[in-house]
Design a protein around this ligand. Structure first.
Ligand code: ATP
Length: 514
């Protein structure tokens, strides 16, 4: 674990050193859980958004996008339940004065039991070698059975307490499990309290005229309240979806793990409206489609898993998370929820406006059911960064840090370098840049040795380096160096466009999906 923490620290400082992510307001000592994206970060982020947006709107003729405002009528948050129920159970440690989410402390304790089981399995695998029957071992080993039983009982008790909103019981679980504060190491806990996560501000100039408004904690409600606008003006027929990318704000208590949990973050959400009764089939389809989208990036199928929810929100009849293996364990990156007709019905009730769909095939009106896919751009960014980072030992004792970013997401697609800064090589290199820049984010670099320049590009994940040398002037060929294999091939300048395009276009990812 300590080793994993180390890797994560390195990734965080790499993200800063190479212009991916900066602490917000850094020269004023920072603002907790708020981050800025630098020159490379913004490109990577934009590419993630483009991949998502195109996968939704280009590949599905029945999905359209919107961009709704961050400020919305405050009654929307009454209707959605956020005013009354968007609460986290908090607990403070009296010695360290640190505040924690009680549910997160308990979930981490459950995860420890899971780890224990995996350790037992790993130990046995080592001991038995090739003859190891893992399934049988998991079923029959008494030690595993004991841990699994303990886990089950704890999980059951925790789910019950969360379902009943029983704050005393949550505290009692923390006490009974002897959970300690990671900072002070003590069990000196306060009571558990509820805390609303929405940021509130005032709209309007005078004290009497001002209205309390919230910064939206999710983008989804902007879609629900525009359901009829889009359906009518776009002449949409069910089933259809509305997609949106935008900022969301949550006054998170536990602000740890870099950009994993932020107070200002970005979501990519799609609400898919379907006939009542068909929602579980659509849920299944979207669950699979979304995992395919992730896997198409080629970061390794074993890094993903589903986490189906046993405890469902009151409005949902199915829910799952897609989790990604971060250096600090498997963590939620995306949620897929079958939200029934809860949101549209609530808005109908609170606004007094009829929000129904007339289905011409059935010849009847109904409130559509909704499948939601909701993914955090920043968490996706973090998963891409973590899985791409590698410190590589090279032959000859050299070392390099390389980001194996999926090529279509890389901030810079190719860097063009004259071998030396004379003899007309810079001019030739500039000519190549002038041609490629219309299609690819292209860097020109003539400073330092060629080796150092390669390292700089490796560190930001540039898939291709193009080197112009004296031979180029004679026969119009260059060396094309590939980031991961470091292989260099001599290619014709005329072929560059095609060779690069095949690897780096978002198009190539989208084709894997359809
Ligand atoms: P968590 O349990 O981690 O707090 P959540 O279940 O509340 O997350 P949702 O409300 O389902 O999250 O939001 C959908 C997605 O938005 C999440 O899968 C995550 O990627 C992203 N997200 C939610 N909260 C944050 C945050 N504070 N910072 C960054 N991304 C977030």
């Amino acid at each position: 674990m300590a080793q994993q923490d180390d890797v994560f620290k390195k990734i965080v400082s790499h993200a800063k050193e190479y212009g991916f992510v900066f602490q917000s307001s850094e020269i004023y000592d920072g603002l907790s859980a708020v981050y800025d994206y630098g020159q490379n970060g913004v490109e990577l982020k934009n590419n993630i958004k483009r991949y998502w947006w195109d996968a939704m709107t280009l590949l599905h003729e029945n999905i359209v996008g919107i961009d709704s405002a961050i400020f919305m009528h405050p009654t929307i948050w009454k209707a959605s339940g956020h005013v009354d129920a968007f609460n986290d159970p908090l607990i403070d440690n009296r010695d360290s004065k640190k505040r924690y989410r009680a549910d997160v402390l308990i979930e981490e304790d459950i995860a420890k039991l899971d780890d224990k089981i995996e350790k037992e399995v790993a130990k046995a695998r080592k001991r038995f070698g090739d003859s190891f029957d893992e399934a049988l071992f998991r079923q029959t080993n008494p030690r595993i059975a004991d841990i699994a039983k303990e886990r089950e009982e704890l999980h059951e008790r925790f789910s019950q307490a969360m379902n009943d909103n029983n704050l005393e019981e949550l505290r009692q679980i923390i006490v009974d499990r002897q959970i300690v504060c990671p900072v002070s190491g003590t069990k000196n806990w306060t009571e558990v309290r509820q805390f609303n996560l929405m940021f509130r501000t005032e709209m309007g100039s005078t004290a009497e005229g001002a209205m309390n408004v919230y910064l939206r904690p999710e983008t989804a409600q902007g879609i629900f309240v525009n359901f009829l606008n889009v359906q009518k003006t776009g002449r949409m027929r069910i089933p259809f979806g509305i997609a949106q990318i935008g900022k969301a704000f949550r006054n998170e208590i536990v602000a740890r793990q870099f950009i994993f949990r932020m107070r200002e973050f970005e979501q990519m959400e799609m609400q898919f409206f379907v006939r009542p009764g068909s929602e579980l089939e659509w849920f299944r389809q979207w669950k699979e489609a979304r995992l395919r989208w992730h896997k198409a990036l080629g970061m390794g199928d074993d890094k993903y898993r589903y986490h189906d929810h046993e405890k469902l929100a009151h409005y949902a009849n199915a829910a799952t998370d897609i989790e990604f293996r971060m250096p600090f364990g498997f963590k939620e990156v995306e949620g897929i929820h079958s939200r029934t007709n809860f949101d549209l019905s609530q808005h109908e009730k609170f606004s007094g406006k009829k929000i129904q769909y007339f289905d011409p095939e059935l010849n009847e009106s109904y409130t559509p059911y909704v499948i939601e896919t909701s993914i955090g751009v920043d968490r996706m960014f973090l998963s891409v960064l973590c899985s791409s980072y590698e410190e590589q030992q090279l032959d000859g004792g050299d070392k390099r840090v390389v980001l194996h970013l999926p090529a279509p997401l890389a901030p810079v697609k190719c860097a063009v370098m004259p071998l030396v800064k004379k003899d007309g090589l810079p001019e030739k290199a500039r000519e190549i840049v002038s041609d490629l820049k219309f299609d690819f984010a292209t860097h020109y670099d003539e400073k330092d040795s060629i080796g150092k320049r390669y390292r700089r590009q490796d560190a930001i994940g540039t898939p291709f380096c193009i080197t112009v040398d004296h031979q180029t002037l004679e026969d119009n060929t260059v060396t094309l160096r590939e980031r991961d294999s470091m292989e260099q091939t001599r290619v014709n300048i005329a072929d560059l466009h095609r060779l690069i395009h095949d690897r780096v276009s978002i198009n190539s990812l989208l084709r894997k999906l359809s």
